[in-house]
Design a protein around this ligand. Structure first.
Ligand code: HEM
Ligand code: HEM
Length: 189
């Protein structure tokens, strides 16, 4: 078994990072959309710190993922995929990476520009501020955090729909080879 990606298969590192980030983004989305409604008890601040800490964790994981992607490459599109489809897939994947960076960065900028006390990552490490308190930047980064999230949702819907389309209608290995295990080996090359 190789840890790297091959011409027809995603390796375990890329698979693990893909699905771990999917789960964390889902949790961040649910918590992010509901935490504002919580009663202002100490738990409220704990939930915010958890959201911020997990968002920073996603930022770190995405940086590792991009570095690994540059090092380990990616499988070729499954045989028979039209060029226009693989071009759209490449653009979508690039935008997904950009949004996975922009989401945590806009959140971190919003937190910094708000002039709050620095938060500690899972209560352990004090995170630096990205900017001094700034009302204009606070509003801008808040709006960006919200808007970029809905752009991410739209892209993920298209992305997941494309994966299911390949699986159900093209009956190819595009989805299977991103799932855990060696399921993509059915149609190698
Ligand atoms: C991939 C990473 C992240 C995702 C997917 C995410 C998602 C979200 C979502 C969906 C909301 C609700 C937006 C709304 O409707 O108002 C939200 C709010 C928030 N996020 Fe994030 N977030 C991420 C990272 C971060 C980070 C790293 C920080 C700070 C260090 C952060 C700080 C906040 C804060 C303070 C709010 C509340 C905004 C308000 O009070 O209206 N987020 N986040
Ligand atoms: C937060 C949600 C998601 C994000 C941010 C995301 C992001 C990405 C990115 C950036 C890639 C490109 C990998 C590369 O070329 O480096 C990718 C590949 C892939 N994703 Fe997702 N994804 C998400 C959810 C899903 C879901 C729900 C599915 C399936 C239903 C899925 C199926 C796939 C598959 C099959 C590939 C490999 C495509 C290929 O081999 O060409 N993803 N994903």
């Amino acid at each position: 078994m190789t840890w790297k990606n091959t011409a027809d298969q995603w390796g375990p590192v890329s698979k693990l990072l893909h699905w771990l980030i999917v789960v964390l983004v889902l949790v961040l989305a649910v918590v992010g959309l509901t935490m504002g409604e919580l009663p202002k008890t100490p738990k409220y601040f704990w939930v915010y710190t958890m959201h911020k800490s997990t968002g920073i964790t996603v930022l770190a994981l995405v940086l590792v993922r991009i570095a690994w992607r540059l090092y380990a490459g990616a499988p070729k599109p499954v045989p028979g995929t039209p060029t226009w489809q693989s071009r759209i897939a490449s653009v979508t994947h690039f935008l997904l990476y950009a949004l996975l960076l922009a989401m945590p960065l806009s959140g971190w900028l919003y937190d910094s520009a708000s002039g709050l006390r620095p938060f500690r990552w899972y209560g352990l490490v004090e995170m630096p501020k990205l900017s001094p308190p700034n009302e204009g930047l606070r509003g801008l980064s808040h709006d960006a955090h919200e808007l970029l999230f809905w752009v991410l949702v739209a892209l993920v819907v298209v992305h997941a729909a494309a994966a299911f389309y390949h699986h159900m209608f093209q009956n190819d290995d595009t989805l299977r080879r991103m799932l855990p295990g060696r399921r993509g080996a059915r149609n190698p090359g």
